[in-house]
Design a protein around this ligand. Structure first.
Ligand SMILES: NC(=O)c1ccc[n+]([C@@H]2O[C@H](COP(=O)([O-])OP(=O)(O)OC[C@H]3O[C@@H](n4cnc5c(N)ncnc54)[C@H](O)[C@@H]3O)[C@@H](O)[C@H]2O)c1
Length: 366
C-alpha cells in the first residue's frame, strides 16, 4: 500500500502522524511511505531520518495526497485539506466530527473512508488512541492553569502550591477519566487542594483509593458544581460522552459566582466543550476573558509538546496502521472490533450514530 504522511498545518501543530521507526516497520512490510518535506521537524525528526528509514520525501502536501491510498495524520483535516481528500483515500487521524458540521459534510462529500482515532474502542470501553493524548492534555491543563492564574496574565494571582503559612490553591476537576485523573495527579503533586467530580462511581472509588487525602471526590451534579465554583481557583473540564458533544456543566450564569481571575481550562473543547462560554482557541492566542474569568480552550493542547506527544501517539497508532496497510481497511476492521469502532464515515455515509445525533440528522437520511 502507498501510505502518506502529510505535514500538519493546523495552527502551532507540531506533531506528526508517523515517526521514522513507523516508516521502518511499514517498509519492512513492503509498503511505500511518502512523507511530506519537513513533516517531522517540529517533533525532532529530519527528512534524512525518514529517508534513512525507507521513506520517500515529497515536496508538497498535494503530492503526498495524490500518491497515497492511506493518509495517516494527527489532527482533523482543516478547510484547506478538504479538497485533497478523495474517494480512494482511507484517512486515519483524529476527526472529532461531532464538534464540526463543516468537516463532517466535507468528508461525506469526499466519499473517503474516515477512521477516527478517538472512537477506536476496546472491549472494556477504553479508548486506546485517545488515552495518551488525554494523558498529555490532563497533565498540561495544570501547567497551563497554574500559569494563567498569575496576575500579569489576568489570573487571580494564586500560587497553586501555596507556601508555609498560606493555604494552597484549589482545583476543581470535572470528569475523573484519563484527563481528570492526570490533572488531579499533577495538581496534587504541586500541593493544591483538589476536588474531582464524576457521575461514574467506579471512577470516583478508584480515585479515592489511589490519590492522597488532599484529593477529594464528589459526585458530579449541577448543585455540587454551583457550590464548588465559588471557592476554586482553577477549574478543569475533562468530561466525555463518547463520540458525542460534551455536556455543558458550567453555564454562562455560573461565571458571576466565580471569583475574578478564576481560570477555566476546558480540555473537552475538542468535543464542543463542557462549559457554555467555551470557544476553541489556539496556542498562539490561547485565552480570552468573559466576566473576569480566564478561559483557556486550546483544542490541540498536546501539539505544544510535540516531542512527547508524537512518541506517545505513534506508540499506540502504529500497530493499527500496520494492520490497515497489510490487510486493507475492510478486512482489518472485520477482524478487529476495536478498530472497527473507529469507522465514522464510509463512502459518503455516517456509520457512527452519535455523529448524526450531534447534528440532529437522521442516519437513514444521510
Ligand atoms: N484539548 C485537547 O487538546 C485534548 C486532548 C486530549 C483529550 N481531549 C478531550 O478531553 C476529554 C476527556 O477525555 P478523557 O480521555 O479523559 O475521557 P474519559 O472517557 O477517560 O473520561 C471522561 C469522564 O467524564 C465523565 N463524565 C461524563 N459525564 C459527566 C458529568 N456530567 N460530570 C462529570 N463527569 C462526567 C465520564 O464518566 C468519564 O469518567 C475528551 O473530550 C477528549 O477528546 C482534549
Amino acid at each position: 500500500m502507498q501510505i502518506g504522511i502529510p505535514k500538519e498545518i493546523k495552527n502551532n501543530e507540531n506533531r506528526v502522524g508517523m515517526t521514522p521507526a513507523g516508516v521502518f516497520e511499514l517498509t519492512k512490510n513492503k509498503h511505500v511511505v511518502y512523507v511530506q518535506k519537513e513533516a517531522g521537524f517540529g517533533s525532532g525528526f529530519s527528512d534524512l531520518d525518514y529517508i534513512d528509514a525507507g521513506a520517500i520525501v515529497l515536496d508538497t502536501i498535494e503530492e503526498v495526497y495524490a500518491s497515497s491510498d492511506m493518509i495517516v495524520k494527527v489532527k482533523e483535516p482543516i478547510e484547506q485539506e478538504y479538497p485533497l481528500i478523495q474517494s480512494h483515500h482511507v484517512v486515519f487521524t483524529y476527526f472529532h466530527f461531532a464538534s464540526s458540521e463543516p468537516l463532517t459534510k466535507a468528508m461525506l462529500k469526499s466519499k473517503a473512508v474516515c477512521i477516527a482515532y478517538e472512537t477506536v474502542e476496546d472491549k472494556d470501553g477504553s479508548l486506546p488512541l485517545l488515552t495518551p493524548m488525554s494523558e498529555v492534555a490532563g497533565r498540561m491543563a495544570i501547567q497551563q492553569g497554574a500559569k494563567y492564574l498569575e496576575k500579569p496574565i489576568k489570573g487571580r494571582g494564586v500560587l497553586l502550591g501555596g507556601v508555609p503559612g498560606v493555604p494552597p490553591g484549589r482545583v476543581l476537576v470535572l470528569g475523573a477519566g484519563v484527563v481528570g485523573i492526570q490533572a488531579a495527579k499533577m495538581a496534587a503533586g504541586l500541593g493544591a487542594h483538589v476536588t474531582i467530580m464524576d457521575i461514574n462511581m467506579k471512577q470516583l472509588r478508584y480515585v479515592n483509593d489511589v490519590m492522597p487525602s488532599h484529593v477529594v471526590t464528589e459526585f458530579s451534579s449541577e448543585y455540587n458544581i454551583r457550590k464548588r465554583i465559588k471557592d476554586h481557583d482553577l477549574i478543569v473540564g475533562g468530561v466525555l460522552l463518547k463520540g458525542a458533544k460534551a455536556p455543558k456543566l458550567i453555564s454562562r450564569d455560573m461565571l458571576k459566582d466565580m471569583r475574578p481571575g478564576t481560570v477555566l481550562v476546558d480540555v473537552a473543547v475538542d468535543q464542543g466543550g463542557c462549559m457554555e462560554t467555551t470557544k476553541a482557541t489556539t496556542h498562539e492566542n490561547p485565552t480570552y476573558i468573559i466576566d473576569d474569568v480566564v478561559h483557556y480552550c486550546v483544542a490541540n493542547m498536546p501539539g505544544a509538546v510535540p516531542y512527547t506527544s508524537t512518541l506517545a501517539l505513534t506508540n499506540v497508532t502504529l500497530p493499527y496502521v500496520i494492520r490497515l496497510a497489510n490487510q486493507g481497511w475492510e478486512k482489518a476492521c472485520e477482524k478487529d472490533p476495536t478498530l472497527a469502532k473507529g469507522l465514522n464515515i464510509v463512502n459518503g455515509k455516517i456509520v457512527y450514530e452519535e455523529i448524526a445525533e450531534a447534528f440532529n440528522w437522521s442516519v437513514d437520511a444521510i
